[in-house]
Design a protein around this ligand. Structure first.
Ligand SMILES: [Zn+2]
Length: 829
C-alpha cells in the first residue's frame, strides 16, 4: 500500500458509489483543523483555527503538500464543540459538491464536465478529534474507537486504560494469567466496532443542547461521551465511510515517547513511576517489590527494575548527544539533550520520532533487563514499520499482533498509571492503516508545517486573521499560476536539495552516471600511476558494455596460460588488449565500433579529487571533512550482489575521484575505506535485537577501494555503547521523497502472499520471558526518601466522572511550539 487508494476504506467507497468512482476527475478530499497562536508568546489565550482540505487524487509525493492544500475557513478563536457553527458554509458547499457537482473545464480533453467531491476522512490531533467527531476524548470513555467498551480505571489520580489482553486469541495463556496482570483473568472479547450507520442511529436518539461555549448542560449518562452530533453526518455518504476520523500518529508517537522514555529514564515530570503510583500498587495488592518501603516513620521509594540506573542514564544521554545524522535527515539532535541534567530540552515531535525509532533501541539495549528491552525494541520497530511510505498488508497484520503483545507485556512491566489514552490508542493504528493506507498521507506533520507557514503570514498584529487571509489568497493564486509557467523557476520546477545534475546525454553506462561532485577540485598528484591502474581496471569491470570483451579476453588467457596464472595475466594485459582491439575496430570502420567505448579503452587522461558529491539525491562527503561537521554524510553502503552469499559492504567515503577521459567524458568513483563485514568473523560483525554492529577498526578490500558513485547508498553510524569502542551500529535510511513505485502495478493481494514480515519473530518473541521484579540495588545512590504518616494511604473513591477540566491531553497544548519547528527543520526520513 502506497496511497490511500490502496486501503480498504477507499475501495469500499468505490463499491458503494460506482458512479462517483467511475470518473477519476471526481475529487476525494481530506479535512484537517488545528489551532495555533498567531502572536507567539505575546498573547497566550488567542488561537486561530484554520480548516484545510486537501485532495487525494494525487501521487503520494504530492499528497498533503502545501501547494495542493486549500484553506477553506479561518476561525478566529478556539471553537471547542461549537466548531459546527463555523463549519456550516463548508459543509453546505461539500453537500452541493456531492449532490450537484460543479461544471468544470478539462484542459486535457478540452471539454466541460461535472466535477463532484467527497471528503474521505478528517486528520486531527486528539483534542480536535473530539471537536470534529463529537466524541469527547477525555474521561473514562476517552477512546473514540472502543467507545463505552474501553477498559478504564482510576489509578494514581488519573484515568488509565488497561485490558489489552482482550485483543489476544482466546487460547492465549496470558488471558488466564491473573498473577502477572493485576490479579484478573481476561475472558472478554475485544471491544466491538461500530459502523457509521449504527453511530448515526445512536446519535439520532440523543438530544443535544444548543451550541455555544456558555451553554453547558450536564451530560446525561445515556449520552456516553457524545457532546454533539457532528455536522459532517449531513453529508449523505458520511455514515457509510469505513474510517471517518484518523488517529494522528505524529502526536501519538510523541506522547508515547514522552511516557515511555520519561518512565524508563526516570525524567522528572514525565515519569509515570511516582509515589502515588507506588501507593496505588500497594492498594491493589500487587507487585509487592515496588511498594514503598516503610522504615520507622519514613517511606522509601526503591529503584524499579524498569528504570535505567543513574550512571546508565548519563551514558544514554551521552550517547544521544554524540549522534550525527546525514544532512536533511533530522535536526541536530544533540542540541535538545542536556547531558548534565540528564533530560531533554526543546525536543520537537520529529526528534521524538527519530529517537524512538532509531536511537532508543541502540541506546538502552544493555541498560535494562532483557524482558524490558524486548518489548521496547518491538515498539520501536512497530512505529518504524507503521510510518513507512510503503506498507504491506501482511506486515500490517503482523504489526497488529505485535502491538497487542507489546501492550500486554507493558501491562506486566509498568504500573497502571503508565497507560494513558495515548498508549491505548496505539492498538487501533494498524487497523486504520489497513483501512486507509500509509500514515504519511494522513498525519499531522504536513498540517503543522502548513500552520507554520500561515503563522509567518501574520504581519498585522491588530488583525492577525485579516492579514493572514490577505497574504494567503495571494500565495494560493500565485501557486496556482505557477503550475502553468514553464520558463521561470517556481515551487514546482525548482531543483531539489542535493541536486545531482539530472540525466546526462552520454550513452555508455559508466559515463552516463548521474552524479555531481562538489568542492574545490584537487589535481590528483597524490593519485599514483598504480592508483590509476586500479581505478581503470575497476571501471572496465563495471561497465556493462565492456563485459563481452572481458569475457573474450579471459577465454584467450585461459587457452594461453596455465590455470594459476591466467587471472593475473588477464588483469595485467586486458587494458592494453582492449585499447588495441577498439583501435582496430575504428580503423576497420566496423559497425560494432563505438566512440564512447573507444574513449574508455584509451584510459583516463587525468584525475581530479573532490571532497563531496551529490548522487541519488543524497549528499556524500569525504570522512576528513565530514568529521568536522555536525552532520554525518560519509557512510557508504553497497548491497551485496554476491553469488553464494550476499555480503553487504559498509564503509566510509574517503574521497570522490573524477576520472577524465578524452572529449570530456568522465567517470565518478568513490574511494572508500571498507569495514570487514565477513559474516563468519565474530570479531568484526555483531547482531542483536535486529541491529547490525560493525568493528570499524578492522578493514578489508584495501586494494580494491572503489565503487561507482551511483552504487553508493547512504547509511549512518552510531556509536555502539553495548559493544564498546570502535564498534558502530549501522542504520540505513530511505531517501527523502523517493517512492518505490513498481513499473508494473502488481495486484496487492498477489504481492502479499510472497512476503513475510520483516519482524524476526523468533528473536523478538515475548512469550518466554518472565519478568523478574526485583528492584536494583544501586550502591551509593540514596533511595528517595519522604516522610509520610503511615496511616495515610490515599482513599480510592473514584469520582463519578474524571475531571474534564484537567488538561492533561498532552497532545495539543504544544502544537504552536511544534509547528514552528516543522517548517524550519527537515522532516520525513
Ligand atoms: Zn480503544
Amino acid at each position: 500500500m502506497r496511497h490511500p487508494a490502496d486501503g480498504e476504506a477507499w475501495k469500499d467507497f468505490d463499491r458503494m458509489y460506482p458512479d462517483f468512482a467511475a470518473d477519476p476527475r471526481n475529487v476525494r478530499l481530506g479535512l484537517a483543523t488545528d489551532g495555533f497562536n498567531p502572536f507567539g508568546v505575546l498573547d497566550q489565550t488567542h488561537s486561530t483555527w484554520p480548516v484545510v482540505v486537501f485532495p487525494y487524487n494525487l501521487p503520494p509525493w504530492k499528497c498533503m503538500k502545501k501547494e495542493y492544500m486549500m484553506l477553506t475557513l479561518l476561525i478566529g478563536e478556539d471553537p471547542g464543540k461549537s466548531i459546527d457553527v463555523y463549519l456550516r458554509p463548508l459543509v453546505d458547499e461539500l453537500k452541493d459538491l456531492w449532490e450537484n457537482g460543479v461544471r468544470t473545464y478539462d484542459k486535457y480533453t478540452g471539454q466541460m464536465f461535472t466535477m463532484r467531491a467527497a471528503v474521505m476522512w478528517t486528520v486531527n490531533d486528539f483534542p480536535a478529534y473530539a471537536m470534529v467527531s463529537g466524541w469527547m476524548t477525555k474521561g473514562y470513555m476517552a477512546c473514540p474507537i472502543c467507545k463505552e467498551n474501553v477498559t478504564s480505571s482510576w489509578h494514581a489520580r488519573k484515568v488509565c486504560y488497561l485490558g489489552h489482553r482482550r485483543w489476544l486469541p482466546w487460547d492465549n495463556e496470558w488471558r488466564q494469567n491473573d498473577k502477572a496482570f493485576h490479579g484478573i483473568k481476561e475472558t472478554r472479547p475485544r471491544p466491538r466496532e461500530w459502523s457509521g450507520d449504527e453511530i448515526l442511529d445512536q446519535l439520532n436518539l440523543l438530544e443535544f443542547g444548543h451550541f455555544g461555549k456558555k451553554v453547558s448542560k450536564p451530560r446525561r449518562s445515556t449520552h456516553l461521551n457524545w457532546t454533539h452530533k457532528s455536522m459532517l453526518f449531513e453529508l449523505p455518504y458520511w455514515s457509510k465511510l469505513k474510517l471517518r476520523h484518523n488517529l494522528d500518529v505524529m502526536h501519538i508517537e510523541k506522547n508515547v515517547f514522552d511516557t515511555l522514555v520519561g518512565t524508563i529514564l526516570d525524567i522528572e515530570g514525565k515519569t509515570k513511576d511516582t509515589i502515588e503510583t507506588r501507593l496505588d500498587l500497594e492498594r491493589m495488592g500487587i507487585r509487592s517489590s515496588l511498594w514503598m518501603k516503610r522504615v520507622d516513620s519514613t517511606m522509601k521509594k526503591g529503584h524499579p527494575f524498569f528504570t535505567v540506573k543513574p550512571n546508565g542514564k548519563k551514558e544514554f544521554f551521552n550517547f544521544i548527544s554524540s549522534v550525527k545524522f546525514p544532512d536533511g535527515y533530522a535536526s541536530n539532535i544533540s542540541r535538545c539533550v542536556n547531558v548534565r541534567g540528564c533530560k531533554f530540552s526543546n525536543i520537537k515531535s520529529h526528534d521524538c520520532h527519530v529517537i524512538l525509532q532509531r536511537l532508543l533501541p541502540v541506546g538502552i539495549r544493555h541498560l535494562l533487563p532483557l524482558d524490558v528491552v524486548k518489548p521496547i525494541v518491538l515498539l520501536s520497530r512497530f512505529f518504524s514499520q507503521l510510518t513507512a511510505r510503503c506498507l504491506r498488508k501482511s506486515d500490517v497484520k503482523q504489526l497488529q499482533d505485535d502491538i497487542v503483545n507489546v501492550l500486554c507485556k507493558f501491562e506486566q512491566i509498568f504500573p497502571p498509571a503508565f497507560f494513558t489514552s495515548m498508549i491505548h490508542v496505539m492498538i487501533h493504528l494498524p487497523d486504520e492503516a489497513l483501512l486507509a493506507g500509509p500514515v504519511n498521507c494522513r498525519w499531522m506533520y504536513p498540517i503543522e508545517r502548513y500552520l507554520g507557514e500561515l503563522k509567518k503570514c501574520v504581519r498585522n498584529r491588530a488583525k492577525p486573521e485579516g492579514s493572514l487571509v490577505e497574504a494567503w489568497v495571494a500565495y494560493e493564486s500565485l501557486t496556482f499560476c505557477a503550475m502553468y509557467l514553464q520558463d521561470v523557476e517556481t515551487a514546482f520546477n525548482r531543483p531539489q536539495r542535493n541536486n545531482d545534475g539530472g540525466v546526462r546525454k552520454e550513452k555508455l553506462s559508466v559515463f552516463a552516471q548521474i552524479a555531481r561532485p562538489f568542492g574545490d577540485p584537487v589535481k590528483g598528484e597524490s593519485f599514483t600511476k598504480k592508483d590509476m591502474e586500479v581505478a581503470h581496471w575497476f571501471v572496465l569491470n563495471n561497465c556493462d558494455e565492456a563485459l563481452p570483451y572481458l569475457e573474450e579476453h579471459e577465454q584467450l588467457m585461459k587457452q594461453e596460460h596455465p590455470s594459476h596464472l591466467y587471472a593475473k595475466k588477464h588483469r595485467d594485459l586486458f587494458p592494453s588488449w582492449f585499447h588495441a582491439h577498439m583501435k582496430k575496430l575504428k580503423e576497420l570502420n566496423s559497425p560494432s565500433y563505438d566512440e564512447e567505448l573507444y574513449n574508455l579503452a584509451r584510459g583516463p587522461l587525468y584525475v581530479e579529487l573532490f571532497s563531496g558529491c551529490h548522487v541519488n539525491g543524497v549528499k556524500f562527503l569525504g570522512a576528513t571533512r565530514d568529521d568536522k561537521l555536525s552532520t554525518q554524510n560519509s557512510g557508504v553502503h553497497v548491497p551485496g550482489a554476491g553469488d553464494s552469499e550476499d555480503i553487504d559492504f559498509y564503509g566510509k567515503l574517503t574521497s570522490v575521484v573524477q576520472l577524465l577521459y578524452k572529449d570530456r567524458y568522465q567517470v565518478i568513483l568513490f574511494k572508500c575505506l571498507w569495514f570487514d563485514t565477513n559474516p563468519h568473523n565474530r570479531t568484526s560483525v555483531k547482531r542483536d535485537h535486529g541491529l547490525l554492529s560493525v568493528n570499524t577498526t578492522r578493514h578489508w578490500y584495501d586494494e580494491d577501494p572503489y565503487i561507482l558513485a551511483t552504487m553508493a547508498k547512504q547509511i549512518f553510524y552510531l556509536d555502539d555503547p553495548k559493544a564498546g569502542n570502535g564498534w558502530k551500529v549501522v542504520l540505513k535510511i530511505d531517501r527523502r521523497g523517493l517512492y518505490d513505485i513498481p513499473e508494473l502495478d502488481h495486484d496487492d493481494n498477489v504481492a502479499d502472499q510472497q512476503l513475510s514480515s520483516s519482524i524476526e519473530l523468533g528473536e523478538e518473541t515475548l512469550w518466554d520471558t518472565n519478568i523478574v521484579q526485583e528492584p536494583f540495588d544501586v550502591p551509593g545512590v540514596p533511595e528517595f526518601e519522604i516522610s509520610i504518616d503511615l496511616g495515610d494511604l490515599p482513599q480510592y473513591n473514584a469520582p463519578e466522572q474524571a475531571n474534564e477540566d484537567e488538561d492533561e491531553w498532552e497532545s495539543g497544548n504544544n502544537s504552536s511550539e511544534d509547528s514552528e519547528s516543522y517548517y524550519c527543520s527537515s522532516d520525513e526520513d
